[in-house]
Design a protein around this ligand. Structure first.
Ligand code: PMP
Length: 276
């Protein structure tokens, strides 16, 4: 079956889905995006994701689109792609539209792409490599989910070259920030810790729900702590809650009781609360 993609105002077969070579999202990364999980034909936490998209667009000062309109488009894309809608990954990309070949903008018309594929399958636990490519937590774009993900691409490739499957990054103050596509949690003496948003991490939707549903302490954590923490987990839209099995080849206790409990309760609660 043909996969259909929404481009600006219409659904198009994926092989004909195109945006301009002058699109400022393509030339300079001037855009924002969201990735959602689709379960049984429904986008999980859709309202939260679209609110975050709106906030990212605001931080980047690009025009967003009406959220009700975006909801309609997302639901339309899910409906016309039944082969991935039972377990899918849906991406909304919004850029500032066509622009000149430099940093200036000259478009009032954003580009919108909504595309879907099947959900990637992660290993039951994650191997992390600490990668010292510091995030600027003082940047005006800290916390924005922009299409400028080249630093994440480089950090992830560096982690993979070391045999890991995710990189964990510090911020410029050398506190733990986040992974390239995930938020970080440490479990120490029965307590769950995660870096605060002021550390420069993305306000992950999964992180937000874990902090709402379970007891978590948001606190700056020194990057050097990665050499010692006994247990931890990652959160993201596609991973949900994923225990960490190794950091820099050091084994962590991945069958940790608290983590297993959070993992299974998160799954159960998220099934009952599709758009919490
Ligand atoms: N940090 C970064 C840099 C990410 O790209 C993601 C994935 N969107 C996350 C954290 C986790 O966020 P979420 O739970 O919303 O997927």
């Amino acid at each position: 079956m043909v996969n259909l993609v929404w481009v600006n105002e219409a659904l198009v077969p994926s092989e004909f889905a195109r945006v301009s070579v002058f699109d400022h999202g393509f030339t300079v990364g001037d855009g924002v995006f969201e990735t959602m999980q689709v379960r049984e034909g429904v986008a999980f936490a859709l309202s939260r994701h679209l609110k975050r998209l709106e906030n990212s667009a605001k931080l980047l000062s690009i025009k967003s689109l009406d959220l009700e309109y975006l909801k309609t488009v997302v639901n339309e894309v899910i409906k016309v792609n039944p082969e991935s809608s039972s377990s899918g990954r849906l991406r909304v990309t919004l850029t500032s539209g066509d622009g000149p070949l430099g940093s200036d903008r000259n478009s009032e018309t954003p580009t919108l792409v909504v595309a879907m594929s099947t959900l990637p399958k992660w290993a039951p636990s994650a191997k992390l490599a600490s990668v010292k490519m510091p995030r600027n937590h003082l940047s005006p774009l800290a916390g924005a989910k922009t299409t400028s993900y080249a630093e994440n691409v480089l950090a992830l490739a560096t982690a993979k070259a070391q045999g890991a499957d995710e990189a964990i990054l510090p911020n410029v103050a050398m506190n733990i920030c986040e992974g390239t596509g995930s938020n970080f949690f440490a479990v120490i003496d029965g307590k769950v810790f995660t870096p605060p948003l002021t550390a420069g991490c993305l306000g992950g939707i999964t992180r937000e729900l874990v902090c709402e549903w379970f007891d978590c302490i948001e606190q700056d954590l020194p990057f050097s702590m990665l050499a010692e923490i006994p247990a931890g987990f990652l959160t993201s839209t596609t991973r949900d809650v994923q225990p960490i099995s190794e950091i820099d080849s050091r084994a962590l206790s991945k069958d940790h009781e608290i983590i297993s409990q959070i993992q299974s309760e998160f799954l159960a609660r998220s099934k009952q609360n599709i758009d919490p």
